[in-house]
Design a protein around this ligand. Structure first.
Ligand code: ATP
Ligand code: MG
Ligand code: MG
Ligand code: MG
Length: 469
């Protein structure tokens, strides 16, 4: 059976053999796009090459790009633990053509790679095309000899890609794998397409237009190709499972989590172990790329991911900090492909451990408060926004952590109430400070308070007093 590392290599070797430059993954913090929180697709490091703002010494490239989808336009944080195919961190395998080959070769390469190199049964595959893209439809018939019912025309934006409101855009075509009738879910375009039976493995984007501000579209002088295939999803297919979390890499992480926590990975506990394994990957890769937990921006997304993982460690009854003890296993699995993990090992472990120690006390007390409040709710009820804010402000619970904790029990949070409570506290704090010092000191205090929050100071002080930091 092919392991994840071998599957990545087959992809890159295939495209190297087709005159593609194999480019190492770019960092998770995009270097050329201040509007983007994290790199969320393989094309991100090549953005300026597609628009023509930058040229490279090659016209074809292939990569396995680190991606995080945990904030902004693509946010899969709430899918983790609920679907078999979404991660917050994943690798996107991609081949790119910068004005060189176009639709026909893109389809041919994709089909050859998955049916010949990977040996996937063609009868299990189906594809979608944009409803107006007859060219792609005909090419799939010609190259893959797919019957009409397995080339599905889709009219939604799922099959039309654009970089922004203006600029390069075009139709896309997605390849799906049918894991079989024993898994719930319908084919793309059907009402129950969100199940795990028909899994999207590869998206081929045909950049052929230049969107104008007035709504019109010009033909791009040199059409381009951008593709993305989830490594973990193709690994699942090749390892005979519909479930990404049952592939070699995740199995080893989950086993390590079970071993280090002393809690076997069955039933509900298994879900927690999956979340821990997923959040461990995104946390470690983000730290290796220079993100540190904080109370704003990228750092706050990292903190939210880490704390969600920590809540799950608590849920399975793990008393001691867990996540930092899983770092060696992650490095064993992925350190060779991503040497930055090896270089940052000490920083990663220390950061995780410190955050785990810091959050532990308030986590337990906060969960007790939450449990008390839940007993007061009736079926399908909403948690009072003030309580959610108290959990946030006093116990360090990001709002989405509280929501995640409530979701499995069928409850939600009064978000408007939460926002109002936060606004009220800010206004009160400002009023209390008014006139008590120089304007400059006030600003510094507010910035520090917003960056760290009152509990963070407390948490630090307590840990210090106990000699833990
Ligand atoms: P989905 O519809 O399954 O959420 P997507 O359409 O959002 O996927 P794309 O933006 O087309 O995904 O990304 C290209 C490929 O990357 C997908 O075909 C899939 O194989 C993979 N992928 C996307 N999101 C994730 C994720 N959260 N975890 C793992 N793989 C992913
Ligand atoms: Mg998606
Ligand atoms: Mg999709
Ligand atoms: Mg897609």
């Amino acid at each position: 059976m092919k392991g994840t590392n071998e599957i990545r290599k087959i992809f890159l070797d295939y495209f190297a053999g087709q005159d593609h430059e194999v480019v190492p993954s770019g960092p998770l913090v995009p270097q050329n796009d201040p509007t983007l929180m994290f790199t969320n697709a393989g094309m991100v490091p090549f953005k300026n090459v597609f628009t023509g703002a930058e040229t490279r010494p090659y016209v074809r490239a292939a990569s396995s790009q680190k991606c995080v989808r945990a904030g902004g336009k693509h946010n899969d944080l709430d899918n983790v633990g609920y679907t078999a195919r979404h991660h917050t961190f994943f690798e996107m395998l991609g081949n790119f053509s910068f004005g060189d080959y176009f639709k026909e070769d893109a389809i041919r390469h994709a089909w050859t790679l998955i049916t010949e190199q990977y040996g996937i049964d063609p009868d299990r595959l189906l594809v979608t095309v944009y409803h107006e893209d007859d060219e792609a439809y005909d090419l799939w018939k010609k190259i893959a000899k797919l019957p009409d019912e397995r080339i599905i025309r889709i009219a939604t934006s799922d099959n039309f890609w654009s970089m922004g409101d203006t600029g390069p855009c075009g139709p896309c075509s997605e390849i799906f794998y049918d894991h079989g009738a024993h898994i719930a879910g319908g084919p793309p375009g059907s009402p129950d397409e969100d199940g795990d039976r028909f899994v999207e493995i590869w998206n081929l984007v045909f950049m052929q237009y230049d969107q104008q501000a007035d709504g019109s579209r010009l033909d791009l002088p040199k059409p381009c190709i951008d593709t993305g295939m989830g490594l973990e999803r193709i690994a699942a297919v090749l390892q005979g499972t519909h479930d990404n979390y049952e592939t070699d890499l995740f199995k080893h992480l989950i086993e390590a989590s079970a071993q280090e926590s002393g809690v076997a990975a069955y039933g509900d506990k298994n879900i927690s172990h999956r979340v821990i394994a997923d959040h461990l990957r995104s946390s470690c890769f983000l730290i290796a790329d220079g993100v540190l937990p904080s109370n704003e921006g990228r750092g706050y997304v990292l903190r939210r991911i880490m704390r969600r993982g920590m809540r799950h460690a608590h849920l399975i009854g793990c008393e001691k900090p867990l996540m930092y003890r899983l770092v060696p296993t992650l490095i064993q699995e992925m350190g060779q492909a991503f040497p930055e993990l090896v270089r940052a090992e000490a920083l990663i472990s220390e950061t995780l451990k410190l955050e785990e120690l810091r959050f532990k006390k308030t986590l337990e007390r906060g969960l007790r408060l939450l449990d008390d409040e839940v007993t007061k709710l009736s079926e399908g009820g909403q948690l009072d926004g003030e309580i959610a804010f108290k959990l946030y402000d006093t116990y360090g619970f990001p709002l989405d952590l509280t929501q995640d904790a409530l979701r499995t029990q069928g409850f939600s949070v009064d978000e408007a109430g939460f926002t109002a409570a936060m606004a009220k506290q800010k206004a009160e704090a400002r009023a209390a400070w008014k006139g008590s010092g120089s304007a400059a000191t006030e600003e510094i205090w507010f910035e520090a308070n917003e960056e760290f929050g009152a509990t963070e100071f407390l948490g630090y002080a307590t840990l210090h007093a106990e000699g833990k930091v």
